[in-house]
Design a protein around this ligand. Structure first.
Ligand code: NG1
Ligand code: ZN
Length: 555
């Protein structure tokens, strides 16, 4: 590293001293912490993103958000050149950077890593980092810290995109690196144009009942509601009403609102009431990368009927499968030339309701499991021609491989105009343009769900009855050191502390259809407990005793 670069880094790093005695870890979704202790980590993440840009010769993204967490928290994560999460190979370096206790150690770490990775500091290569933030008040100052980090690497520019949803930033990085225009208008246009294409491909007169266009959306008082207000102007045919938009007087970010609250607590979010009984409702999270639907079943009821990520996944899988079935009709095709063995894969985590997995498997689909965190699900889904992944909490998307899309485009040209097969191919192509190919996105996901429900002619009640969820319960246990829990088998069994898994097994064995697992959260200082059983009473008891075991083993 040349002297000029070293001097710039030393000077700027001295403005962002790290907090004493805090250990940061690049977890499920980057770094997260109470916002007041984050500026050094965000500044250093700016350096990291700039180095990644020099290394890859591409645009890199940096997002400042703590998603569904409390408004006083914040976080930072890096979007890699393909628009997905940063390569896991760089996570140890990210941790070292965040935890370096002084500027001197920091510069040495940077110099060593740059040498090892052949990062051309001050060479012919230039770089760029695209930055976005959610609506958290702490975001503004943290954005400045991130920009200073980026700019302290010579020849790397920082482009501030202001307030964005997390998926918008990922989408922008992916598409800019493909040479496309990526303003917010481009993002909205792509969604609305493919929505229109899909609407035109809905067979007329097939729906058994008139479709209720009205949709109520809980924006979690975050960035998603405001963006949806913008997007919906381009969407005729949908009657979207956004609540909890975060405007003055509407309430606080994620406080008794939003997808995480609705999914975990199963209660009506603020802003919804008895007048909404029976209506189709959806909930976004604070940075708009999660989506769940819900239904307020009756006036007196406090709880809701939840339609979680697993059921969104099932609906989308049915739709995709149906189009593939139409396309694969060999008799009508009369030729084997089209007989492309499309591999459709479904990716879930251990949090997926057991009933959803059974349902998908009974339909003959290939279902695979990964650990929690979209970085794992996304990577797995990308192995298929069409990979559909969703976490139960509503974070997910459908990935279409380049190879499959090329094949699809060629087929659309070849197939008879207006034929059922051509329409099926067009629907798949439109769906691939609609739903975010970089990461799970509540806005594009919501619009795709809406159009698929119309295609199916389904009400939310019909959708809900696809299968009956097994009663489940999630609880959090506060512990001194969550890293003391080490898991294996896609997080379904505990290796350490010794004896904890045996204790869980004994509890699970007491219940019919019992299942339980524990894992350390990657975003909060807790150990999470998940349980399933055949009745709510049983599952509550199971979750409770497992939580007690966790407390005892880690106390
Ligand atoms: P952690 O805190 O690691 O459980 C949570 C979610 C993940 C993922 C990340 C990122 C659950 C149980 N966990 O991770 O699925 O969405 O946040 O936001 O919902
Ligand atoms: Zn989120």
């Amino acid at each position: 590293m040349e002297d000029r670069q070293r001097a710039i880094l030393i000077k700027s790093a001295s403005l962002f001293p790290p907090p004493l005695g805090v250990k940061f870890s690049y977890g499920t979704a980057g770094f997260r912490a109470e916002s007041s202790i984050l500026s050094s980590t965000v500044f250093r993440s700016g350096i990291l993103a700039a180095m990644r840009s020099l290394k890859t010769g591409s645009l890199i993204g940096l997002m400042i958000t703590a998603s569904h967490n409390h408004v006083s928290d914040n976080g930072v994560k890096i979007a890699d050149f393909h628009g997905g999460m940063m390569t896991q190979d760089w996570e140890p370096f990210a941790n070292d950077l965040a935890n370096a206790s002084n500027s001197k150690d920091l510069i040495e770490l940077i110099a060593d890593f740059a040498k090892k990775e052949n990062i051309p500091f001050g060479g012919s290569q230039s770089g760029e980092v695209l930055l976005g933030r959610d609506t958290r008040p702490s975001g503004e100052a943290l954005m400045e810290a991130a920009k200073q980090g980026v700019r302290s690497v010579i020849d790397v520019v920082a482009t501030d995109m202001g307030i964005l949803t997390t998926p918008q930033l990922h989408w922008m990085v992916q598409n800019r690196n493909r040479g496309l225009r990526v303003t917010e208008f481009d993002y909205f246009s792509q969604i609305s144009n493919s929505f229109r294409n899909l609407m035109e491909l809905i067979p007329r007169g097939t729906s058994p009942e008139p479709f209720d266009a009205k949709l109520l959306v809980d924006g979690a008082n975050g960035v998603g509601g405001e963006k949806l207000e913008g997007l919906k102007k381009l969407l005729k045919d949908l009657d979207i009403h956004v609540r909890n938009t975060g405007k003055e007087g509407e309430g606080n970010l994620n406080e008794r609102v939003g997808a995480d609250y609705v999914q975990k607590e199963r209660v009506v979010p603020l802003g919804f009431g008895p007048n909404d009984v029976g209506l189709r409702c959806a909930s976004l999270d604070g940075d708009a990368d999660r989506l769940v639907y819900f239904l307020f079943p009756s006036e007196g009821s406090k709880s809701i009927d939840l339609i979680d990520g697993d059921k969104i996944l099932s609906l989308l899988a049915l739709f995709i499968n149906e189009q593939l079935r139409i396309l694969d009709n060999k008799e009508k095709m009369g030729t084997s030339e089209y007989d492309y063995p499309v591999k459709l894969g479904i990716v879930q985590t251990a949090y997926a309701n057991g009933a959803s997995t059974d349902y998908l498997k009974e339909l003959g689909m290939e279902v695979v499991f990964t650990p929690t965190g979209v970085k794992y699900l996304h990577e797995k889904a990308a192995e298929y021609d069409i990979g559909i992944y969703f976490e139960a909490n509503g974070h997910g998307t459908i990935l279409f491989s380049e190879k499959f899309l090329k094949w699809l485009e060629a087929k659309i040209q070849d197939l008879a105009a207006g034929s059922e097969m051509q329409k099926a191919a067009q629907r798949l192509l439109a769906a691939s343009n609609l739903i975010n190919q970089a990461t799970g996105d509540s806005l594009s996901g919501l619009i795709l769900v809406e159009v698929v429900l119309r295609y199916m002619g389904w009400s939310i009640q019909r959708w809900k009855s696809l299968y009956q969820d097994l009663p489940s319960r999630q609880v959090k246990v506060k512990v001194v050191d969550r890293t003391a829990v080490v898991t294996t088998n896609a997080e379904t069994s505990v290796l350490r502390p010794l004896g904890l898994q045996e204790a869980i097994n004994l509890e699970v064995a007491k219940y019919s259809r019992g299942r339980a697992f524990v894992r350390p959260s990657g975003t909060e200082d807790v150990v999470r407990v998940y349980a399933e059983a055949s009745t709510q009473q049983e599952v509550d008891a199971l979750a409770q005793t497992v939580a007690e075991h966790v407390g005892r083993f880690l106390g």
